[in-house]
Design a protein around this ligand. Structure first.
Ligand SMILES: *Cc1c(COP(=O)(O)O)cnc(C)c1O
Length: 420
């Protein structure tokens, strides 16, 4: 293979159909169909149906917590937790996460205060929270990014000092653990997402996990217009219920967790095998053996957005739709750039250095049951080839300048947007 064979420079693409990040893993369709038929036969499609109940008890068992409340999506789960805890004012949020972590809070009138993350773990830095959190902050919302646990003890210590609630966005972390414990039982509550791009999916859905019985009950009421157990209105609520078809999918997808995890672990090993010897690139590793392997994330050792973006374009032109999760950092997005700890418009400095570096240096590679281990090995080999011929590739890309731009427009490259 030579540089001229790259599809970006006119060669044939490696794949005729696109390989995606975040496609749902295969489920047992007959079981799914039986569950859906059951709901139709019962003529019970929503409102605390038996499939929702079953999903809640299976989830509580799987996650190892006393209470799981399933909801329409993870965003509503985060909002219900914050509302039912009475959080007002501001909440600490990492600047490097999916936009939904922060916007969920803004939408209910709680202002996100962005703090920086650790360059190695990609998770909220307790030291930075100490540095930046206002004294009257209502809560700290940690994110177990890529399913790797936050510094739970460090954040707990800081939350106690600030007299703030500690909760977690565990959207990525189903099946993951920390120091021998499941993610789901830390802080006052943790919220998982069952969106179609996540490891376990209910099409759209979320799970609030908590060991606090009172909070669980308040959330149950609030998710159903504030109706209490006897049908009387006991609180102000909203509609955040999950329907029975989604619960059918959630149950069937949860049953497929273990094979999906093993498949993703094999993809991870294939990526690692191709890339371990390449200097300048790291495939992020689990911090322990309780990991779902859902995300295969490459960290480029140099903060070099230009080379990262060129690599993404090379991959996209081969029909390998890798992503730059998450670029830019939330604090630099349009709605938040003038917020607390946003890059100050006046001097243009960005104080959240690690978040900026990560948003310039990561590439998320395809995983899931639609990707074969041979594909992962081939993608790894392609990236290794690009590193071996980096100078030549950069020179050729520079020479082609505008034509390259035309090509990427045709390919509708938008690697920063979310998958399906
Ligand atoms: C997916 C995701 C969410 C939003 O979950 P939804 O179920 O789509 O509402 C929130 N935070 C993170 C980190 C996510 O990845």
């Amino acid at each position: 293979m030579s540089v001229a064979d790259l599809a970006l420079f006119g060669g044939l693409p490696d794949y005729s159909t696109p390989l995606h990040v975040g496609r749902p893993s295969e489920v047992d369709r007959q079981r799914l169909q039986r569950r859906i038929d059951g709901a139709l036969d019962r003529a019970w499609l929503t409102n605390d149906g038996p499939l929702v109940h079953e999903l809640e008890s299976r989830m509580a068992e799987f996650i190892g917590v006393d209470h799981c409340i399933v909801v329409a999506n993870g965003t509503l789960g985060l909002q219900l937790v914050a509302k039912c805890l009475g959080i007002t004012g501001s909440v600490v949020v990492p600047a490097f996460t999916f936009i939904g972590t922060a916007s969920a809070m803004s939408w209910i009138g709680v202002e996100p205060v962005f703090c920086d993350v650790d360059l190695e773990t990609h998770n909220l830095s307790p030291d930075d929270v100490v540095r930046r959190a206002p004294r009257d902050v209502g809560a700290i919302l940690g994110v177990h990014l890529w399913g790797r646990a936050c510094d739970v003890d460090g954040l707990k210590y800081v939350a106690r000092k600030l007299d703030a609630h500690l909760l977690f966005d565990a959207a990525h972390a189903i099946g993951c653990g920390h120091q021998g414990r499941h993610i789901g039982g830390f802080g006052v509550a943790e919220v998982f997402s069952l969106h179609a791009t996540k490891m376990v999916t209910a099409l759209e859905g979320g799970v609030v996990a908590t060991n606090d019985a009172d909070l669980a009950e308040r959330i149950r009421h609030a998710r159903n217009f504030g109706f209490g157990a006897k049908g009387q209105v006991v609180a102000i609520g909203v509609n955040a219920k999950m329907n029975e078809f989604s619960a059918a999918m959630g149950l069937t997808s949860l049953e497929a967790y273990e094979p999906a995890r093993q498949h993703n672990a094999a993809l991870h090993a294939a990526y690692a095998n191709a890339l371990n010897a390449v200097s300048g690139i790291d495939l992020i590793k689990p911090d322990n053996n309780q990991w779902n392997y859902h995300y295969a994330v490459l960290q480029l050792s140099e903060p070099d957005a230009k080379w990262r973006d060129l690599l993404l374009r090379i991959l996209w032109s081969e029909n390998i739709l890798a992503r730059s999760y998450f670029a830019p950092g939330i604090h630099r997005t349009l709605p938040y750039q003038n917020s607390a700890n946003g890059p100050k418009a006046t001097n243009g400095t960005d104080e959240l250095v690690n978040s900026r570096i990560l948003s310039d240096t990561l590439i998320t590679l395809p995983t899931g049951s639609q990707i074969k281990t041979e594909d992962a090995a081939a993608i790894g080999d392609l990236i290794r080839f690009c590193y071996a011929h980096r100078g030549e590739i950069e020179a050729e890309a520079a020479r082609r300048g505008d034509t390259l731009k035309g090509l990427s427009d045709r390919l509708q490259i938008s690697p920063a947007s979310t998958g399906r």
